[in-house]
Design a protein around this ligand. Structure first.
Ligand code: GFB
Length: 311
């Protein structure tokens, strides 16, 4: 990508898209193209097609998606399947038809089977049943990566797919009901510390294990992949180690200064028992993350406290 290339960052207000935009801007890219949801409805095929014909982007980071934590996924399966299938189909097809040089599609580590051997290698895709709490989202993401592979195979279109682990950082969703675990815990512990509450409730048993990657690390990996990776196979992007949810809660508690008790609500779902990516392919290409969980948590707590009103 030369610095004047026309680059469309789809989903630039979200956690991932905003980080990609920050990194591209800081690196001196001048041809960045963005649209808010009000300006361009990606679920509308005609609108997306017109946009590509008019704007003629050369590169696309497809970070627009309907995303959410375990409860949101479990309770709105139609929305997660439908919105994501529509958004990705429209953007990927229009990108191909309008002569985009290269497209990067964002998937998720939940595409791998629920009881996948750990750490999860890219080749374990479609080797077992999916986790029921997020199979709708996972099926949409699998369809997206298959669209990319099919276009590459049938028409030689340079579409690649990155599969990130659980992400966190600035501009995340901090809702208590629809967010992922890390932002939810940051908010719960910050609010409990501020109000002097005696306890914080963590969903589930605390035993599931998750891997967390700071979104600034992800953005750097995605730009690296846009420049250095052009294969059909999806590629994992993660930190390479995981923690239990109980351990995460202890770390968030320490980062916020909360002094009360942690309790677990077993009526809430645990989801996949473990989700740790094998990141050896990406590391062999020459990319490694730099933001360890402890530092990333401290930064996220500070960001949340500074943006509490709008987050
Ligand atoms: O991050 P999370 O919502 O989704 O939950 P997944 C991870 C674990 O944290 C689960 C527990 O075991 C939750 O029960 N947890 C504890 C909490 N307290 C909380 C809380 O306050 N809020 C939330 N949200 N969880 C997602 C998928 O799965 O992973 C998406 O739903 C996506 O499709 C994403 O793929 C990466 O890690 O289980």
């Amino acid at each position: 990508m030369d610095k004047t290339a026309r680059i469309f960052v789809a989903g630039h207000r979200g956690l991932v898209g905003s980080a990609v935009l920050r990194h591209l801007t800081a690196a001196g890219y001048t041809g960045l193209i963005t649209r808010t949801r009000a300006e361009l409805d990606l679920t509308c095929q005609a609108a997306v097609s017109d946009f590509f014909k008019t704007e003629r982007p050369q590169y696309v980071f497809l970070a627009a998606a309907k995303v959410g934590g375990i409860l949101a996924n479990d309770t709105a399966p139609f929305d997660f399947l439908r919105d994501n299938v529509l958004i990705q189909s429209h953007v990927i097809e229009s990108a191909y038809r309008c002569g985009v040089h290269k497209l990067l599609f964002l998937g998720s580590s939940c595409i791998y089977p629920r009881l996948c051997p750990q750490p999860m290698k890219e080749e374990y895709l479609l080797t077992g049943a999916l986790e029921p709490t997020n199979e709708w989202y996972a099926i949409a993401k699998i369809a997206g990566l298959k669209l990319c592979q099919a276009l590459r195979r049938q028409h030689g279109f340079d579409a690649i797919s990155a599969m990130p682990t659980n992400l966190y950082g600035p501009n995340d969703n901090f809702s208590l009901t629809s967010s992922h675990v890390l932002p939810a815990l940051v908010r719960k512990f910050c609010e409990a510390e501020a109000s002097g509450a005696s306890q914080v409730t963590v969903w589930g048993s605390g035993t599931p294990r998750r891997e967390f990657l700071h979104v600034d690390d992800l953005a750097s990996a995605l730009i690296f992949l846009m420049e250095h990776y052009s294969e059909a196979a999806p590629i994992n992007v993660g930190w390479g180690t995981d923690v239990s949810i109980a351990e995460l809660a202890v770390q968030v508690k320490a980062a916020t200064g909360f002094r009360g008790e942690i309790v677990f609500d077993a009526t809430k779902p645990d989801g996949t028992p473990r989700k740790l990516l094998d990141v050896s392919r990406l590391q062999t290409l020459g990319w490694r993350p730099t933001i360890a969980l402890k530092a990333g948590l401290q930064e996220t707590v500070a960001w949340y406290r500074a943006h509490r009103a709008s987050a």
